[in-house]
Unconditional design. Structure first.
Length: 163
């Protein structure tokens, strides 16, 4: 019997990987297993539909979907799947991700997609942890420890990363 992977990190293109890896880093920090895959709403629509239709049956509980430009991937997955979807707008082209951000946040009523800041897949990983943490005190404890670390860095005047 295979182990359930609670989070899927998907992206529309292999070029999105450097950004989306940060979601995986955040999930790893919280001790959360995840799968990472490329599935495009435009170039592989049949595979995208299959992914969205089968995610819940596979044991996935949260989907993090990153896309740039028209950024249809998060919304299309949310339209098909009943799972929570967190969209990561990725900066590409002359609008530097603003188009992707608007595509993700301007979803119609009944098809919600949560969004994080442009290129901020790290926060998507943390948000996925908070969602899963509602059913897991252990994950919430790890998030509390992470936030204590952030607080202590600020109080100590650290100029290091906020991760």
């Amino acid at each position: 019997m295979s182990k359930n992977i609670p989070v899927a990190v998907v992206m529309g293109s292999e070029s999105d990987l450097p950004i989306m890896q940060e979601a995986g880093e955040a999930l790893s920090l919280l001790g959360i297993d995840f799968e990472m895959t490329v599935v495009s709403a435009h170039r592989t629509p049949k595979e995208m539909v299959k992914f969205a239709e089968t995610a819940r049956k596979k044991g996935i509980r949260v989907i993090i979907a990153g896309a740039g430009g028209a950024a249809h991937l998060p919304g299309m997955i949310a339209a098909i799947s009943e799972l929570p979807v967190i969209g990561v707008p990725i900066a590409v082209g002359p609008l530097e991700g603003q188009d992707a951000l608007l595509s993700i946040v301007q979803m119609p009523k009944g098809v919600p997609v949560a969004s994080v800041a442009i290129n901020n897949a790290w926060n998507a990983g943390i948000l996925a942890g908070q969602i899963l943490g509602m059913a897991s005190p252990l994950i919430l404890d790890r998030i509390s420890e992470y936030k204590r670390t952030l607080r202590n860095k600020v109080l100590k005047g650290s100029t290091g990363s906020t991760r």
